[in-house]
Every structure is written in C-alpha cells, then in structure tokens.
Design a protein around this ligand. Sequence first.
Ligand code: G4P
Length: 291
Amino acid sequence: MSDFERTAVQWYPGHMTKARRDIEASLPLVDAVCEILDARIPMSSRNPDIDTLAAGKPRLVILNRVDLADPDVTARWRQWFKRGGLYVLETDAKSGRGVDKFPQALKTVLKDKIEHYESRGQTGRPLKAMILGIPNVGKSTFINKAARRKAALAGDRPGVTRGRQWITVDERIVLLDTPGILWPRFDSVEVGEALALTGAVKDEIFDRESLAAGFLSRMARTAPEVIAARYKFTPSPEKNGYEMLADAARGRGFLISRGEPDTERAANIILNEYRGGKLGRLSLEAPPEAE
Ligand code: G4P
C-alpha cells in the first residue's frame, strides 16, 4: 500500500463518519452552504460527496487563494461552475480581497428564499450560512475576515466543546462560527499530488522529490517558460519529471560531490517556492474544455 493510500484509509471510516455527522447536524440550521475550494485545484479540493451532502440547499462556491492562481484559469473555472448552475465568489481570504463581496453573493444565491420570507412578512429574518471545505483550504481565515475579527476559532482549541455560535457578517447575514470539515478526495495519485502540492494534505504522503518531479511534469505542459526562467533549463513534456528535477538542480547550481545534482535540495526549493507564490500565479488544474 502506498503512503497516499494509507492516508486515505486513515480518513475512512472514523474521520469521515464524524465529519459527515457534524455536517448533517448543522445543515438543517442553515439556509445556504458555502463550499470553499482552492482556486489552483478546484477539482481536487472538492469533496467527492458534496452534491449529495448539500442536496437541496442553495450553494455558493468560493474559489479561495485566487492570489496564487492564474487569473485566466480562475475566470474559466468561474464560467465552468456557472454552466453547472453554481454561483462563484473569488477570494483571497488572507488579504481579505473579495471577501467584502460575500454578503452580496450570498443574497444572490438566496434570492428565492429572501422573496419567500418577505412574502410572509419576515423581512428581517436572518440568513444563515455555513462554510464547508477540506482541511487547510482557508475556512477559518475566511470566516474571520467575513466577520472582520482576528480571534482564532474553536478548531484551534482541541477538547473545547461549545454550543453552536453564530457570527454576524452584516445586518442580515449570520455564519456558523465553526466550519464544516469535509474529507478530501482520494481518487487517484494525481489528485493526491495536487492536494500535497498545495499543502492541503501533509507532505509525508509523498516523498518530496516525487512531488517536485510531478510538479515539473505538470508545469512542462502548462507553464514551461516560468520553469525555464527560474530553474535555468528547458522543460519539455517529453522529459521525465525526475530528469527535469536533476536539470533544475544543475540549473540552480545545487551539486553534491563529483558534480552530481542535489535533487533533494532542488525539490525542497521548488516546493517551497511554488507554495510561497514565488513562481507567480500558477493553477494546477484547468476546467475541461467546453464541448
Ligand atoms: P482551514 O480553516 O480551512 O483549515 O484553513 P486556514 O484558514 O487555517 O488557512 C490555512 C492556511 O492558508 C493559512 O496559512 C492561511 O493564512 C492560508 N490562506 C487562507 N486563505 C488564503 C488565501 O486566499 N491566500 C493565501 N495566499 N493564503 C491563504 P498558514 O501558513 O497556516 O498561516 P499564516 O501563513 O497565515 O501564518
């Protein structure tokens, strides 16, 4: 069994059952669910069961970390979700960019519900929403920004049980202060790789050299010029990822004795630079081309 499969097994059934139970307990209390995805990997960061879980609830898709994603690719994703009937908000929760548009986006998603409440004279009735997403996608950061507060959330304090609390976003909108933690996809090694590259799952499930080699193979197809400029070699989809990792080590002058490329050092640098945004705004997944 690979380390990736072992991690998948750890999620089932214990974690997943608990996560599902927590979400199912909260869903009846809310008018809408807001599903946060990583804009660089909207497919891989989507929970595989979200359509079933959130069935019947108005939904908002939040593409977060747009500061790290290619803006053109993000625009294509927005269209892609829209074609699937889902409204999209783009955010950089870390700086707060886009989060100010959250109340309006939620009111758009809840238009029918608002009209229904108003037809019954319930004009001031609060609109309740919850945030859902896989670990580390930015849920807590988003909630704190939406509520304009700095405090850490309950998730940071293990063992503290509290009643459900609502936090005010504006005069009309309240948010469940504890986000729903969804289980990640474990469909394939490619998905696992995408999750590990963006920091959604821990590095240990892949060795860093394999991960960096996989990253270079992806980039050789989608952004070869970025890799060429930064690591001083010519990437090509025909080359093997490990071969390119060695090229990158040589390109950057990372050598061990006898001039052998230090691929371990190169891998660490590449992963850190990608995650830190030093390579620019690079998406790892593009939507399927429209038929
Ligand atoms: P979670 O609740 O879903 O588990 O995620 P959380 O908010 O804890 O965010 C995980 C990490 O992602 C945090 O970084 C957070 O700052 C960062 N983050 C969240 N949203 C964005 C975004 O839109 N853009 C960028 N660039 N980063 C984002 P950290 O390394 O854990 O902490 P720190 O760097 O903030 O100190």
